[in-house]
Design a protein around this ligand. Structure first.
Ligand SMILES: [Fe+2]
Length: 224
């Protein structure tokens, strides 16, 4: 499987979606200093635009999939190593499914960004999991240690220092990655879509020194 759909959006569609995005209000309850989110209100009949663009494409590429959550997120800093688990309002009677990420804007345009998917995963149906750093309490809700026995398919010392230095320096303690191995690196190309199984660990790449912000649309897709 390639896990990528090139030109998921046309250049015109992307431009129109970004214009639509810029006019939306921020969702303060879902935003922090690290990232700013805007809600899509995907299923609201009063705001049909986004669904009219995305839904035919999602149905074509992911037959039987149901959009159970969707947002725009503009990142100002890289993300931690984590899984995408159930959101509060999702129907847990369905299979956890996949996350689809569609890069929409990189500021400035000449900067680069990637998303890194690991070969390790958590058993299905667990809450959002992040790997705890040296200053975090791994017993806190949602944070676990890198050697937690629930992490599946551990590989010891599989990430080279060269890869760490080029992609993962935002994870301060290299030891946190000791049991992880990289499955794939998705370099961001605007308008492409790439996806992963939601209980697999992933993170953004470290921010290229030029990179100020990056914007994506995210869809969580569940299956019957
Ligand atoms: Fe995620």
């Amino acid at each position: 499987m390639d896990w990528i759909i090139n030109n998921f959006l046309t250049a015109d569609e992307t431009e129109e979606i970004v214009e639509y995005y810029d006019a939306l209000p921020y969702a303060p309850e879902y935003s922090s200093h690290r990232n700013r989110r805007k809600l899509m209100h995907y299923d609201l009949p009063e705001t049909p635009y986004l669904k009219s663009v995305f839904q035919p494409k999602i149905e074509k590429h992911f037959p039987g999939g149901h959009v159970s959550a969707s947002t725009f997120t503009e990142w100002h800093t890289p993300t931690n190593l984590h899984t995408d688990a159930w959101q509060g309002h999702e129907d847990k009677s369905h299979k956890l499914g996949i996350t689809i990420l569609i890069p929409l804007r990189i500021t400035p345009v000449e900067a680069e960004s990637s998303t890194i998917i690991f070969e390790q995963y958590m058993p299905d149906n667990l809450p959002l999991i992040q790997i705890a750093g040296p200053n975090e309490d791994s017993s806190a809700n949602g944070f676990i240690s890198h050697n937690d026995p629930r992490i599946q398919n551990k590989q010891e010392n599989a990430i080279t220092t060269e890869f760490y230095n080029s992609h993962l320096k935002h994870i301060p303690d290299q030891n946190m990655l000791r049991d992880f191995s990289v499955d794939r690196v998705h370099k961001w190309t605007i308008g492409d879509a790439f996806y992963w199984t939601r209980n697999y660990f992933h993170t953004s790449s470290s921010f290229d020194p030029k990179l100020k912000t990056k914007l994506h649309a995210i869809f969580f897709i569940t299956f019957p």
